[in-house]
Write a new protein. Structure first.
Length: 123
């Protein structure tokens, strides 16, 4: 449940914050969300990654379709990737990695701040 909640909030954060803020501010926001929601490690990674990656992929496809621009194809040729859809897919993968590591960082930060019980028999 926390994973789905983190993914939905990450999508909303990326959609509304990304046009007005740089990507690193969005990454900080994903880390804060992940620290507040507190999923487990893999849930934080996948929740942040899927939220940001799918949103970047969807926005890239949406902008490519609505503008009917040849820019993605030209940039793909310029970078040696072949077609523009390869560039769009690479954008989604980069978004997944950035969001995933941001979510994981939030989980690890929350774990770092939690106090460990002292004077407990660990026999």
């Amino acid at each position: 449940m926390r994973f789905i909640f983190l993914t939905i909030l990450t999508v909303l954060l990326v959609v509304f914050l990304n046009p007005i803020a740089p990507f690193w501010m969005v990454m900080i926001g994903i880390g804060v969300l992940s620290a507040l929601i507190y999923p487990n490690g893999i849930g934080g990674f996948l929740g942040g990654g899927l939220g940001m990656g799918l949103t970047w992929l969807g926005l890239s496809i949406y902008l490519g379709i609505t503008t009917s621009s040849s820019l993605p194809d030209r940039m793909g040729d310029l970078m040696g990737l072949g077609s523009g859809m390869t560039l769009v897919g690479l954008t989604g993968v980069i978004g997944f990695l950035l969001g995933g590591f941001s979510g994981w960082t939030g989980v690890l930060f929350r774990n770092m701040l939690q106090k460990n019980p002292e004077n407990v028999y660990k026999g």
